[in-house]
Design a protein around this ligand. Sequence first.
Ligand code: GP9
Ligand code: MN
Length: 657
Amino acid sequence: MEKNKLIKKLENSNIVFFAIAVILFWIKTYAAYQSEFKLGIDNNLQKFLLAINPISTALFFIGLALLSKKHAKKLMISINFLLSFVLYANIVYYRFFNDFITVPVLMQAKSNAGQLGDSANSLMNLLDIFYFTDTIILIVLALTVFKKAVSKTRKSYQVVLLLSVSTFLFNLGLAEKDRPQLLSRSFDRNYLVKYLGAYNFTIYDAIQNIRTSSERAMASSSDITNIQNYRTAHYAPPNPAYFGKAKGMNVIYVSLESFQNFMIDYKMPDGQEVTPFLNSLAHDGSTFYFDNFYHQTGQGKTSDAEFLMENSLYPLGQGAVFVNKAQNTYQATPAILGQQGYSSAVFHGNYKTFWNRNVMYKALGYDQFYDAEYYDMNTPGNTKNYGMKDKPFFQESMPMLEGLKKPFYTKFISLSNHFPFEMDQQDTNFPAGDYGDSVVNNYFQSAHYMDEALKQFFDALKADGLYDNTVIVLYGDHYGLSENHNTAMAKVLGVPKITPAINAQLQEVPLYIHVPGVKGGVQHQYGGEVDVRPTLLHLLGIDTKDYIEFGSDLLSKSHRNWALFRNGDFVSPGVTAIGEKYYNPVTGELLPDQKAYKSTSNEVNTELQMSDEVVNKDLLRFYTPQGFKPINPNAYSYLGPNDGKSKKAKTKTSATE
Ligand code: GP9
Ligand code: MN
């Protein structure tokens, strides 16, 4: 009898319903942390924090429902559903990108028509319903056992709020103990999620975004002084042996989609080289081939690589700088060369709005953008994934390239070697890999196709005489095979497992620079995409000392021999730093004196912070390098091939009539 009474009492209380909601939500979130995300938990404190971090969120948000006496249960269920949705969206995004959703990523979904697009379906499965089971259980309970439950008072919310705030502060306090300055100097989203949880991360991210937009408004011209001093201190003067060796020559950049450096000289089990053409360039002695060169991109992928290469600034820690900071002032290579008599153009077989390119290219000073509209996207077999396949792309680009005013500065963004790398059967007779992972297997065929397309492009350049008077720069934009494929990658590389040091090495992308008449060869210095612009400008005879940039000329005698990653990790000849742990790059083992490298980590963070300041505060608007005229992005317009033609066509028709 007594027992029944107690049960009745419990069933009648919304507080009990609330407690069940919190516990279910907690378990669900923790299960997701364990099974979906690779957060790099490495001590007991971190384990503990991961376990407790959903509590404050659950108490706070689900607890809000207690403010309503009438609709408490309904509200709890709705809030639970919303939170579950946030978690699940992150899970799906993480399966593809190994990263968490940020506000800028949500914003750029508009301009990229949802980059996940078709892939999203393949990243979801039926078992994912698990992430909504708590919502379902709550609905069932609300309709049955707790049908009659009521809230006696709103006061319970005060208690819950107090509990939530104190658990949060406790959590944050412990996190800061393990990682000081967690909130102020974190470039790695994994850290924030592992210490504070996926939901708090979303809130932190939203606040960060509001903060950076107000940062621009508050900035003043004095903010650039600090940056200028830093820049002057790190300037690497040109190497006289190379300075001006390409003066007046045309420039062609080729962005090699998703192309990683491990492919160079890689042989399939039957002995076939995957990329014979690129291999031959690496060894021909007349092309610089950098074999310790790294991508430094963030969430903006291809566009981040473009940003690095042409501004020598780092992309943003969150979102794509092309999308979020296209209104800023820049002093980019196309603008610099434009003022030296160069014409400039980008060639890319995808639509111009992707990555907000049509807006950003104007800020960079590009005269023309040949986007998808200029290519034959209708012939069956010409396109794949996002647009043109590389062979028809290069082929159709030639007449447009030949029509440019010389000297020209151009960029070709290849596209078909893009995730998931599937090939149309008629495009390949190269064997796929056999590594138990279809994405990895396809990668070999797809890269081989790109290599053939490049050879064809070089042949065309040789045939029309451009080759002898053109600097050609080829670079892999970013990794193609994410950590999700590391099991197969271990087989590809013939190692027992992908250690953190090997994983860092997998971020290597090839860089080639061919300068007619200049002897090249394999170069072992470390560098990243940020270093290419000073290298190129110095070859063209333009000293970069007055420009605000963070890279250093790869051919300079005082080149900084490192590559830092956007999340604050770095690689250099003696050490690979991952998550502030320092490894021997060769053996992959932790280095004995971990403290010795802390100062380099600090330098890396300072550099990223400085670059972020330039971009977030739009500081280049306060500074004009000597000899450079600020450009007006509105003065550029990219007409499509048919724009303005309709009128002409009409005139023609009426003339014949
Ligand atoms: C799309 C191309 C590929 O235009 O740049 O985008 P990615 O996903 O590699 O950034
Ligand atoms: Mn890309």
